[in-house]
Design a protein around this ligand. Structure first.
Ligand SMILES: Nc1ncnc2c1ncn2[C@@H]1O[C@H](COP(=O)(O)OP(=O)(O)OP(=O)(O)O)[C@@H](O)[C@H]1O
Length: 886
């Protein structure tokens, strides 16, 4: 059993719920046992051994001053690290855990992205969500009541992309929800004590943090529980991290366009499906600051629905586009800005160093510079760009700048050794520094003095940690040292000496150094407190700069790629002239295409060969809509975008087998979600729905989904399909239209034209694409032959038979259509399968009775191309009933 220091380590470790404990021992923080091994491996630290209670224990340590980067590296890898500091008391040294650093409470991150801690509570079926980024002090909360609240909650969590998630007690008991949290997110899942979610306690926590009056007003019980728990957790784990959280902003998800996680992934907004390539955000991001980048990313993932806000943003982007010269100047200036929201958060928690305060001072100095540039441009002065700066308190900014003027222009990294404060701001400090310089002068000139006084030609004066100041003389000269010299060390070739005056001067110097260090640190601390008190102001300036940066970025991209300002309207319309895909256009000779949807034309069935550009065309429509709803210009010659409440996509087949769900199951879950969630105001993009199952099941599902979207939902829908049977729907459903992406074939060569034209097409050129993809020639040739044969057979069927009439029946047992000649699949999909001839009415030798004859006649004349599978099933069952009645 471990005893002594190792025993103390394990005792402390047992008291925390952290994964690792760093315990201070003098100048080092030490890890023992498994913790030491893990830390050694993760951080490449040397692991040694220490024996305790007769047993060896692994031990690894980091110097006290270097703890932060090590802890940061561990936390960024998902570990929660408890830190125990030592304190000297009358009874000796005491060690206790002073903070636990977790992914959601780590202030010292270098990552430009927001670092959200998400807290989730459920009260009476309603979900309360709170998201807190301690690095900027941002705190947002919402409530999700009603149907599908769990899915919407998961979607919101996905949208904030937290680094750590705190599920509340009820949520924890919901296995489905918990496992979704575990599998769908990379965030660290922390099961913290449940008390912090208790309504009374949570309410109290919020009132303490935000004040009695405003803390919980208008919040639902679930929101209070989530927000209160988040605050309590941050308070318990991160020292000072909470101080920057001064405001609780509530929101309703209705302010934003609904984008579920599948859609965000499918549209490759901030991450690509494959991990490589370019995202929408990556394409349009030209921000000069990390805060601007964060904001633009937030816009991309949370488009707005309020036309007023959007038009204002558009107007700013337009003005910045038109005065490119001034915009470029603004961007250059913004490039010098630092992340004020983060500086403010660190100042408040007491962890800001002199460098970051200096950067805050320099960034504040940019405000007048930026507004002068804006005011100097008639185009910008008269636009909402000028409005961005209107609410900033210039006087307060000037005051804070002049307070910070005392900070040295090139401060050292250390805080206790002076050099932080300029001369001329503190008379006492100035005097101290003068005396210190005089004291140093004594040592700087000592060498010369001793040489002259005692005639030593090779005397040197040095200073080190153990000996302090000393005079060093080569052994060969040491015979004649004066009496008052006192030898302190003998080296191989030299002797070191001190003497009384030197000691006295040294004591004086050290005292002055310490006094100066303390005084400067004190002055610095006051400056940091001043900054902390003005955290709101810094936050406001930081946000203004980010807002300007994000708008400049949008207009820089619009200028670069010749984008246009879309007209935003509340009418149901989407009209795009010569539209392009914002990402694909960057490195392709893009062929622009038009798109038109309105109340009367809501549903486009998009057909066309493989590889022709169907997916690109549909995503382009979704991305143009999304860009319009973040206030951006769009890649088109002209565009009118009716604002949508949600964009839903079902694109491609992602391999989710690892999560235990088949590709088809995922496809159906996504379809189901769309059919449940989309409204008349939504935009739906469906790529190849039904592909993951047998042909007729697929067609039937696609057919029924189209009818439902058309008749019940009424959403704008783009639906790409290789099921040419579906194109018949355009005849039946008034608001469905066919379009196709054109391709031409000549001498076996297919040319993709990439133009979208009215009407359907029934050619897939799949074999051609197989050839392009490098499928071996014999296979491609054989596929071509099989395809020709299938086409011929189908042509015969379509005409109603060759020499013999062909009967097509729906076999209810097998669940598929087949013909009476050997059971061939009517679609020709797997027509080679042999089957027992069916003993149906047409096989009977006897003359049929009139009713049977009538049924047969109906059967013969049934128009397969014109009848929906569902309708066909109804008719077959009707025929069976009539035959049975006979
Ligand atoms: N308008 C266009 N101009 C230029 N290139 C385009 C255009 N549209 C699509 N492409 C390019 O064509 C290729 C195929 O496009 P896409 O994936 O959209 O085809 P698809 O018809 O959906 O194919 P499939 O049916 O096989 O899924 C892509 O590499 C894309 O970059």
């Amino acid at each position: 059993m471990a005893s002594g220091i190792v025993g103390e380590f394990f005792e402390l470790k047992a008291e925390t719920s952290a994964d690792l404990l760093a315990m201070q021992m003098g100048d080092f923080y030490e890890f023992f046992g498994e913790d030491a091994e893990l830390v050694g491996e993760e951080l490449d630290l040397k692991v040694s051994e220490r024996s305790s209670g007769g047993e060896p224990y692994a031990m690894a340590g980091v110097p006290v001053d270097d703890l932060t980067p090590y802890v940061k590296a561990l936390v960024e890898r998902g570990y929660r690290v408890a830190i125990a500091d030592q304190r000297e008391t009358d009874d000796g040294i005491v060690r206790e855990v002073v903070r636990t650093v977790t992914p959601g409470t780590l202030l010292e991150t270098d990552d430009a992205d927001a670092q959200y801690l998400a807290s989730i509570a459920r009260v009476d079926g309603e979900y309360g969500l709170a998201f807190c980024d301690v690095t900027t002090g941002r705190f947002r909360a919402t409530a999700l009541p009603g149907e599908a609240a769990a899915d919407r909650a998961l979607n919101e969590i996905d949208r904030f992309d937290p680094v750590e998630v705190l599920p509340g007690p009820t949520v924890r008991n919901d296995d489905g929800f918990l496992s979704a949290l575990r599998t769908d997110f990379e965030a660290r899942l922390t099961l913290h004590e449940t008390d912090v979610f208790a309504p009374g306690r949570a309410r109290h926590t919020l009132s303490e943090q935000f004040g009695e009056a405003t803390g919980t007003v208008g919040l639902s019980e679930a929101t209070i529980a989530a927000a209160g728990a988040a605050i309590a957790y941050i308070d318990e784990t991160g020292v000072g991290a909470l101080a920057s959280v001064t405001r609780l902003g509530t929101y309703t998800p209705d302010e934003h366009v609904t984008l579920d996680s599948t859609t965000r992934r499918n549209l490759e907004l901030t991450a690509t499906m494959t991990g490589g390539g370019r995202t929408l955000f990556g394409t349009i991001d030209h921000t000069a600051t990390s805060a601007g980048g964060r904001l633009l990313k937030e816009w991309v993932t949370r488009p707005l629905r309020d036309v007023g806000t959007l038009r204002k943003r558009q107007a700013a982007v337009e003005a910045l586009l038109e005065d490119a010269l001034v915009r470029e100047g603004l961007v250059e200036t913004l490039g010098e800005a630092s992340d004020l929201e983060r500086v403010a958060a660190r100042a408040v928690s007491g962890s800001a160093d002199a460098g970051s305060l200096l950067r805050a001072r320099e960034t504040l100095a940019l405000v007048p510079e930026l507004s002068e540039r804006i005011e100097g441009s008639p185009r910008l002065a008269d636009s909402p760009v000028a409005g961005l700066f209107a609410d900033l308190d210039r006087e307060a900014i000037a005051d804070l700048r002049s307070e910070l003027a005392a900070l040295a222009d090139d401060p050292p990294k250390t805080l206790h050794e002076g050099g932080l404060i300029k001369r001329g701001y503190d008379a006492e400090l100035d005097e101290l520094v003068e005396r210190l310089e005089a004291a140093r002068e004594y040592f700087e000139t000592l060498e010369d003095r001793e040489r002259e006084r005692h005639g030593f030609p090779r005397v040197t004066v040095g200073r080190n940690k153990t000996d302090g100041y000393y005079v060093q003389i080569p052994k060969s000269d040491s015979g004649g040292v004066p009496e008052h010299y006192e030898g302190i060390k003998t080296l191989k070739n030299a002797e070191r000496y001190v003497f009384d005056e030197l000691r006295e001067r040294e004591r004086e110097l050290f005292r002055l150094e310490e006094e100066r260090g303390d005084r400067e640190y004190e002055a610095f601390r006051r400056l940091r407190e001043t900054v902390a008190e003005r955290a709101d102001l810094l936050g406001a300036v930081g946000r203004t700069l980010a807002e300007l940066d994000a708008r400049c970025s949008l207009s820089a991209h619009a200028a670069k790629r010749g984008w246009t300002r879309p007209e935003l309207t509340d009418d149901r319309t989407l009209e795009i002239e010569a539209g392009r895909h914002p990402v694909v256009e960057v490195d392709t000779q893009f062929v622009p295409n038009d798109l038109f949807l309105d109340r009367e034309r809501r549903f486009l069935l998009v057909t066309g060969p493989n590889m022709s550009g169907k997916s690109t065309y549909m995503r382009q429509a979704a991305l143009i809509t999304l860009l319009a709803q973040i206030g951006s210009f769009v890649p088109a010659d002209e565009a009118t975008v009716g604002l949508v409440d949600g964009i839903y996509t079902r694109v491609g087949a992602l391999d989710e087998l690892a999560e235990g769900r088949s590709t088809f199951m995922v496809e159906m879950e996504e379809l189901s979600n769309i059919l449940h969630s989309a409204t008349e105001e939504s935009l739906v993009v469906l790529d190849e729905v039904g592909r993951g199952t047998a042909t007729y099941d697929g067609i039937s599902i696609a057919w029924a989904a189209t009818e439902y979207l058309h008749n019940e939902v009424g959403a704008f829908t783009l639906f790409a399909t290789h099921y040419h049977e579906l194109t018949a729907l355009a005849e039946e459903l008034p608001r469905v239209e066919n379009v196709h992406v054109a391709a031409t074939e000549s001498d076996g060569d297919v040319t993709f034209l990439r133009t979208v034209e009215p009407g359907p097409t029934d050619r897939s050129y799949g074999v051609h694409v197989a050839d392009l993809a490098g499928v071996p020639e014999p296979v491609v040739d054989r596929a071509g032959g099989v395809l020709d044969r299938l086409r011929e057979e189908r042509a015969i069927e379509a005409k109603g038979g060759g020499s013999e009439p062909v009967q097509t029946v729906f076999d209810l047992e097998a669940g598929e259509f087949r013909t009476d000649e050997g059971g061939r699949d009517a679609a020709g999909g797997d027509g080679a399968r042999d089957r027992e001839p069916d003993a149906g009415p047409s096989d009977s030798d006897s003359d049929p009775d009139p009713e049977t004859e009538a049924v047969l006649e109906d059967l013969r004349t049934a128009d397969l191309a014109e009848t929906s599978p569902v309708e066909l099933m109804n008719r077959v069952s009707e025929w069976q009933r009539r035959l049975e009645d006979e």
